[in-house]
Design a protein around this ligand. Sequence first.
Ligand code: ACO
Length: 352
Amino acid sequence: MYSTKIAGIGKYVPDKEVTNHDLEKVMDTSDEWIQERTGIKSRRYGEKHKETTTTMGARASEIAIERAGVSKEDIDFIIFATLSPDYYFPGCGVLLQRELGITGTEIGALDIRNQCSGFVYGLTVADQFIKSGMYKNILLVGAEMHSMGLDFSTEGRGVTVIFGDGAGAVVLQRGPEGHEGILASHLHSDGTHAEELAMINPGSHGGYHLGKENFGYPEDKEYGGIFLTDKMVEEGMIFPNMTGQLVFKKAVQKFPEVILEALQTAGLKTKDIKILIPHQANLRIAQFVQKILKLEDRQVYNNIDKFGNTTAASIPIALCEAWEDGRIDNGDLVCLAAFGSGFTWGSVLLKW
Ligand code: ACO
């Protein structure tokens, strides 16, 4: 089997910085509440009507491709992870291909809808394609433009203050057999609490399975339905919802489990980790995980204070920043771990 290495990495965060104090002006919240519960001081928002999830992903990709020392035409597969796509369909993978100007190569493009763990899932899928010899240079992107889909009234404050926009990308490249690169990856899910961290509308559920009222779906028609009803819009049922304490409880259990699982597979110990890049869900979660695993401060990288939670983009943005800051050298053991909506979670252990 071949090996898989990260040959190039890039990130893009929009210029517009939105501080907690800026949010205090539009909803009943406070800098103190946000910092104390989440560790977030500010986040970035993309420029409305000019930037999208795809365009941000493309900017990060251009940097990753250049740093990998390949040309756009060398990319032979695209994987795009996001929960805030430009369109309901088609996915961002094909839009990215067009934005990068590589439609002529007619390569495949795959979208991943795994929210916070999307990048880790994408990395694992790409790793299989590369190790099997199917592809040589895969472009993997995690990008989000949350700011277009959040509730900026006080009712939405529990979710809205947490999220930010941005993108990260890597070029994954085939290496010779026996080389290190990606050492282990583990993916998990448990759909029991699927609706506890979710945006269920628009969707085909028609109220089914949710034990709630029918969301304004017309009942007088035998055929046809509607994904989005006036009632959903009027009552703000078009925004993400989160049962924060359940997410916290599950996250602090599953993050350490899946990190230890990766280390065990690779026959390594927590002390061997040069840097852990946890999905930037919430600083309190990351600190809890660090404590459980008894990791030193220098072993854990967090940047949620500056960018908020950028879901599928958070790991590649943090990984890129850590690398740019000189925190990762060739041969270092890097651990990536994520937990989020679904619930889905996973980890990837790699030698840089
Ligand atoms: N500003 C001010 N007050 C707020 C805000 C806000 N932004 N949001 C909620 N509140 C209020 C609530 O209305 C409530 O008020 P009440 O007591 O008068 O009813 C009070 O604060 C406490 O609300 P809780 O929801 O109980 O707050 P909690 O202490 O649980 O903190 C939080 C909420 C930060 C979300 C916490 O549950 C948590 O850390 N959960 C983990 C979830 C998480 O980090 N998710 C990240 C995204 S998902 C992911 O990436 C995995």
